[in-house]
Design a protein around this ligand. Structure first.
Ligand code: CTP
Length: 307
C-alpha cells in the first residue's frame, strides 16, 4: 500500500477508490517495530489512511508484544465510528426505554414478555455514535451498556414510568422501545401463592402508559417516538397508535414466533403524519443507525419549524 503496488485485487481496489481506507495491522512484534514498517505506516497515515491498532499480547508465532490484531468487534466499532456520517445529533438529549418489564405476582413469580432489549440498546448505541447525550432506562436484560450511555435499571412498568418522569426535564427526543407490560397485579401477594385449588384466577389492572404520558406532558420533548410490535395489519395498527398516543413518529415491526424478539435481525416500517419509510431487514445495529438517521432528520426539521 505504501509503495502503491497494485498486483492483487485488494491493492488494486485501494488505488482505485475514493472511499476512506482503514487498516488493522497484524504481525510479529519485531516486524511491527522495524523502522521499515514504521516508515510505511507513517506514509499511510500521512495519506489519510486510518490505522486501527495493533493491540498487544499473545501472538500467533508464540511471542508476546505489540502487533496483535484488534478484536473483530473493536475493528467493527472503530470502522463504524470513523465511517458514520458525522454527529447528526450533536448536543441533543435523548431518553430511551428498552427491554421488557416484570410485574410481580408474588415473591417468586412475575409476568413478563419476550423482549430482549437488543433493539433499544442498538438505538442507544447509534444515538450516542451520532453525538447525542443518551440516557437508557432498561428493564431486566442480559446486555452490556453501550459505551458513553447513562443507564438506569428498573424492573416494573411503574418503576420505568417513575424513572422516565425523573429524567424527562430537558429531554429533546424520547424513544420508547421498551415492551412495557399493559397489565399488572394490583397487589402482589406478600407470600408465595400455594397451589390449593384446581384453577387460579389472577386479577390484573392497567399499568401506566409511559409513552402516552410523555407525549401529553407539559415538558414534552421536541420529538416523541414510539414502537409498535404487531402480529398482523402492521401499518394500520401502528398508524392508529401514532394518532391515539399523540406521537411524532412510530416504528412498527412485525413480531411472532420467529420474528423480532431476541433475534439479531429486524425489519422496520417507520410512520409519521403524511409519510412513511421502510428499513429493510438486516442486523439490528445497522437498522438502528438508519432509524437514528431518520429521527435526526425529523428532529432537525422540527427545530427549523420552531425557528
Ligand atoms: N408503551 C409504554 N407504556 C406502556 C405500554 C406501551 O410506554 N404501558 C409504549 C411502548 O414502549 C411502545 C408503544 O407504547 O413504544 C406501543 O406499545 P405496544 O405494546 O405495542 O402497544 P399498546 O399501546 O400497548 O397497544 P396493544 O398492546 O393494544 O397493541
Amino acid at each position: 500500500l505504501a509503495q502503491g503496488f497494485a498486483d492483487d485485487l485488494l491493492t488494486t481496489l485501494c488505488l482505485a477508490t475514493d472511499a476512506p481506507i482503514a487498516i488493522a495491522p497484524a504481525m510479529n512484534r519485531l516486524m511491527w517495530a522495524n523502522p521499515a514498517t514504521q516508515a510505511n505506516i507513517a506514509t499511510l497515515r500521512s495519506r489519510g489512511i486510518l490505522v486501527f491498532g495493533p493491540g498487544e499480547g499473545d501472538q500467533a508465532c508464540g511471542e508476546t508484544g505489540p502487533g496483535r490484531m484488534l478484536e473483530p468487534l473493536q475493528i467493527a466499532e472503530l470502522a463504524m465510528a470513523a465511517l458514520s456520517p458525522g454527529p447528526l445529533l450533536e448536543g441533543a438529549r435523548v431518553l430511551i426505554t428498552a427491554g421488557p418489564t416484570r410485574e410481580r405476582i408474588d415473591p417468586v413469580r412475575f409476568i413478563s414478555n419476550r423482549s430482549s432489549g437488543k433493539m433499544g440498546f442498538a438505538v442507544a448505541r447509534a444515538a450516542r455514535a451520532a453525538g447525542a447525550e443518551v440516557t437508557l432506562i432498561s428493564g431486566p436484560v442480559a446486555l452490556d451498556t453501550p459505551p458513553g450511555v447513562r443507564r438506569i435499571d428498573v424492573e416494573s412498568a411503574e418503576q420505568m414510568h417513575r424513572a422516565v418522569q425523573d429524567a424527562l426535564a430537558g429531554t429533546d427526543i424520547f424513544i420508547a422501545a421498551a415492551a412495557v407490560a399493559d397489565y399488572r397485579s394490583p397487589a402482589p401477594a406478600a407470600q408465595k401463592i400455594k397451589k390449593t385449588d384446581t384453577s387460579l384466577e389472577l386479577k390484573l389492572e392497567r399499568a401506566p402508559d409511559i409513552l402516552a404520558s410523555v407525549a401529553a406532558d407539559a415538558r414534552r420533548p421536541r420529538l416523541v417516538v414510539g414502537f409498535a410490535a404487531e402480529t398482523e395489519r402492521v401499518a394500520e395498527h401502528a398508524r392508529a397508535k401514532l394518532v391515539d398516543k399523540g406521537l411524532d413518529m412510530i416504528v412498527a415491526n412485525e413480531v411472532g414466533e420467529k420474528l423480532a424478539f431476541d433475534t439479531d435481525d429486524n425489519a422496520l416500517l417507520v410512520l409519521w403524519e403524511g409519510g412513511s419509510q421502510e428499513i429493510a431487514r438486516g442486523p439490528k445495529q445497522r437498522i438502528a443507525r438508519e432509524l437514528v438517521g431518520l429521527i435526526a432528520e425529523h428532529y432537525g426539521r422540527r427545530g427549523q419549524a420552531r425557528g
